[in-house]
Design a protein around this ligand. Structure first.
Ligand code: FES
Length: 374
């Protein structure tokens, strides 16, 4: 027997034996030297076990019994409530919920209190010590591992064949550097602020057509330009894209709009009226939450709903968020009409479209660019 084993045996004697499962009749739960009978009527400590004062334990027993009785009564009341309180109207449903919730809460609370009092004031307390052992393997095992390693190295030819060894190290060196190269891409401080602005802030609405004129708004799907005079029924809504970019999915990912016609008096202060034309307002269709198309429109409330996570925007009030996870309004595009009465963009959006983290990137870029100029 080794020294370690002797030590363990001594430790085991100091710690009370634990019995796993249901003990046989007459077996002491406290180990060989301990009595299973109630201890003397005072708190005492033996071999790391603290026994409760018997008098206090009896008092606690009554409290626990009371708690369990309350649990029983509350559970019966719950069942009775379920039968007695019928639902059907708001008041009846409210009364039923109150009765069911109240009785269930009381039952669970009393049960929990009873269990806590039982454990803390009746059961003995143990101080258990878990011994730690040396983690290292013994000398024999280590010798076997070392021999196996050397044998493997010899058999692989790693030592005997220098050509293989050197070319393998050569191949591994750049592979080890690859993660460092990839990590470098996480540092966007190297990206010029202008590129941020170009990528995130701008859409094709800021560009001109071949004649050097502002882009017309055309109906998504048909490519039909929209004459303001023809889009004249209040409550109407159209999905709109920039003329010339009807099939450019990259451009459309940021430039698609919804066009809504209001009665002039319906438009509230949140909407920039200088960017509207005869009650027609254009908002980005890209939800500012995570970029789904927000195009469900409720005419009577003027609510635009994004179907992905239910963000709701008030179209009459600058498309401000009135519900849901989106953090900012749908950007409004400044529009007007050309000399033929067709709706055109006055220019690009003045804030980035789409999810808010684009804006965050943009704000960082602006801050960097200001820092760079200073
Ligand atoms: S993408 Fe619109 S609510 Fe989430």
């Amino acid at each position: 027997m080794t020294d370690n084993e002797h030590e363990n045996e001594q430790v085991d004697e100091r710690v009370p034996k634990r019995v796993i499962g249901t003990p046989a009749a007459g077996t002491s739960l406290l180990g060989d030297g301990e009595s299973a009978q109630p201890h003397e009527a005072t708190t005492s400590e033996t071999s790391g076990v603290t026994f409760q004062d018997e008098q206090k334990a009896r008092k606690a027993e009554k409290i626990v019994a009371l708690c369990f009785t309350v649990t029983f009564l509350a559970a019966i009341a719950f069942i009775i409530s379920y039968v007695v309180f019928q639902v059907g109207s708001l008041e009846a449903t409210g009364a039923s919920n109150f009765a069911l919730g109240g009785t269930l809460t009381l039952a669970l609370l009393a049960l929990a209190i009873g269990i806590v009092v039982w454990v803390r004031q009746i059961m003995p307390k143990y101080s258990l010590i878990q011994e730690r052992h040396a983690m290292a393997s013994d000398d024999d095992t280590r010798e076997v591992v070392a021999d196996t390693f050397v044998q493997g190295a010899n058999e692989s030819g790693f030592v005997k064949r220098p050509l293989l060894r050197r070319t393998m190290l050569l191949a591994a060196a750049p592979l080890g550097l690859l993660p460092i190269v990839l990590l470098r891409d996480l540092d966007n401080s190297k990206m010029p602020a202008s590129k941020f602005n170009e990528t995130l802030r701008h859409t094709v609405w800021g560009e001109k057509n071949k004649e050097g004129k502002p882009l017309r708004l055309v109906v998504e799907g048909t490519g039909q330009p929209i004459r303001a005079a023809d889009f004249n029924s209040p409550g109407g809504i159209l999905s709109v894209v920039p003329e010339g970019y009807e099939h450019d999915l990259t451009a459309l990912a940021k430039a698609t709009l919804i066009l809504i016609k209001f009665r002039p008096e319906e438009i509230k202060s949140g909407t920039n009226k200088n960017w509207t034309h005869d009650g027609i307002v254009a908002y980005s269709k890209i939800c500012t939450h995570v970029g789904c198309p927000a195009a469900l429109y409720e005419q009577t409330t003027h609510h635009i709903l994004c179907p992905c996570h239910q963000s709701t925007f008030d179209a009459a009030d600058g498309a401000k968020v009135i519900f849901g996870p989106a953090a900012r309004p749908l950007p409004q595009l400044p529009i007007t009409v050309d000399d033929q009465g067709y709706l055109i963009a006055q220019g690009d959006f003045n804030v980035p479209v789409g999810p808010s983290y684009w804006e965050r990137g943009d704000a960082e870029a602006e801050a960097r660019s200001k820092g760079g100029q200073a």
